[in-house]
Design a protein around this ligand. Structure first.
Ligand SMILES: Cc1cc2nc3c(=O)[nH]c(=O)nc-3n(C[C@H](O)[C@H](O)[C@H](O)COP(=O)(O)O)c2cc1C
Length: 304
C-alpha cells in the first residue's frame, strides 16, 4: 500500500485533508497516525486570523458548506507551538499555506522550507488577493504570478499546488501549475455554494456563501482528476492527490482509477474521524482482489 508521492514515501495513499483534522497532532486523539499516509496541516497564514463569525460551518444534504475564513494562529505561533508536533506524530506531515498577497505566501513558504519536519508544502490557492479581489487559483495568470515567486523559495520542500474546481478549464490551471514547477497537484478544494434559511430568508452562513464539500462534490472530483491526469499530469510525471467526497473505500478507489496517486479525506472526518482507517483497509483488500502487487499499479487504470 506504500506510495511514492514525488519522492516522499507514504505508508498508504490515505491523507487527512487540510483544515479538517486540526493543526497536526489532534487526529492522534482518535486514530493512530501510523496507519494513515499523511496529514496536511490547517492552512497557515502569515498573520493570525479569527476567521468569519458563526455560522461558518453548516450541514447540508450530501455534505457541508463552510466559510471558516482560514481561522488559524498565524505563522509565528504555529512555528512555536504546533510545528513541534510534527516530530512526534508518526506519519508524513505536509504544511498548508494560504495568504491574501504574494508576499504573505512567500513569507510562510520561506519558514516552512526551513522546517526539516515538513517534506512538502501544499499551496491553498483558493484565496482572494486583497489587491484586486481575484482568487489566485481561478485565473491562470494570477496562479503563474504566485507560483513563480514561491518556487525559488522552496529549495528543500516539495511544492504541491491545491487547485480550485471553480474554473472553466481545470486542465489549463493544472498545466499552469506544472509549468511553474509544481511537484504534485491536489484536486480539489471546495465549490462556491450558498444555502438559504427559507423562514428568515437569510443566508445560512454569516458570510453569505461558502465552500461545498463532501459526497455532493465527489463525482466532479473524479471527472477533474481524470481530465487532469489524461490531459497533463501523466505525461509530466506529476502525481495527483485526489480529494472530494471520499466517505468509503470505493470512493477512494474511483479517484485512484481516475489518476490519483493518493487520496485525501476531509468532510468524512466530521461524520466519523476514524473513517480514514476503514478506507485504508478497504483499499488494501481491493488491491489484493484486483490481483495487483501495489496500489500504484491501479493509478489511472480506468478502462475509458
Ligand atoms: C471545515 C473545513 C475547513 C477547511 N479548511 C481548509 C483549509 O484550511 N485549507 C485548505 O486548503 N482546504 C480546506 N478545506 C477543504 C478541504 O481540505 C477539502 O479540499 C474539501 O473539503 C474537499 O474534500 P472533502 O469532500 O473530502 O471534504 C476545508 C474544508 C472543510 C470542510
Amino acid at each position: 500500500m506504500s506510495v511514492d508521492l514525488t519522492g516522499i514515501a507514504l505508508r498508504n495513499p490515505v491523507i487527512i485533508a487540510s483544515g479538517t483534522g486540526g493543526y497536526i497532532g489532534e487526529v492522534a486523539d482518535v486514530l493512530n497516525p501510523s496507519r494513515i499516509g499523511a496529514i496536511v496541516t490547517k492552512s497557515i497564514t502569515c498573520e493570525p486570523r479569527d476567521g468569519n463569525p458563526p455560522w461558518r460551518v453548516i450541514d447540508v444534504p450530501l455534505g457541508m458548506i463552510n466559510a471558516v475564513g482560514l481561522a488559524n494562529v498565524g505563522l509565528e505561533k504555529f512555528l512555536a507551538e504546533k510545528l513541534p508536533e510534527a516530530e512526534t506524530v508518526d506519519t508524513v506531515v505536509i504544511g498548508s499555506i494560504a495568504g491574501n498577497s504574494v508576499a504573505d505566501y512567500v513569507a510562510v513558504a520561506e519558514a516552512f522550507n526551513a522546517a526539516a519536519t515538513l517534506p512538502a508544502v501544499e499551496l491553498n490557492v483558493s484565496c482572494p488577493n486583497t489587491d484586486d479581489g481575484l482568487q489566485f487559483g481561478e485565473h491562470p495568470r494570477k496562479l503563474r504570478e504566485l507560483l513563480s515567486e514561491i518556487r525559488p523559495v522552496l529549495t528543500r520542500t516539495k511544492m504541491i499546488v491545491k487547485l480550485s474546481p471553480n474554473v472553466g478549464d481545470i486542465v489549463a490551471m493544472a498545466g499552469a501549475a506544472i509549468d511553474c514547477g509544481a511537484d504534485a497537484l491536489t484536486l480539489m478544494n471546495t465549490l462556491h455554494a450558498m444555502a438559504i434559511d427559507v423562514e428568515t430568508r437569510q443566508p445560512r452562513l454569516s458570510r453569505g456563501s461558502g465552500g461545498l464539500s463532501g459526497p455532493a462534490i465527489h463525482y466532479l472530483a473524479v471527472r477533474m482528476v481524470h481530465e487532469v491526469y489524461e490531459g497533463v499530469a501523466r505525461d509530466a510525471g506529476v502525481p495527483i492527490i485526489g480529494l472530494g467526497g471520499v466517505m468509503r473505500w470505493p470512493d477512494a478507489a474511483e479517484l485512484i482509477l481516475a489518476g490519483a496517486s493518493a487520496v485525501g479525506m476531509g468532510t468524512a472526518l466530521f461524520v466519523n474521524p476514524r473513517l480514514p482507517l476503514k478506507v485504508a483497509s478497504g483499499l488494501s483488500r481491493w488491491v489484493d482482489k484486483q490481483g495487483c502487487a501495489s496500489v500504484s499499479e491501479l493509478v489511472g487504470q480506468v478502462q475509458a
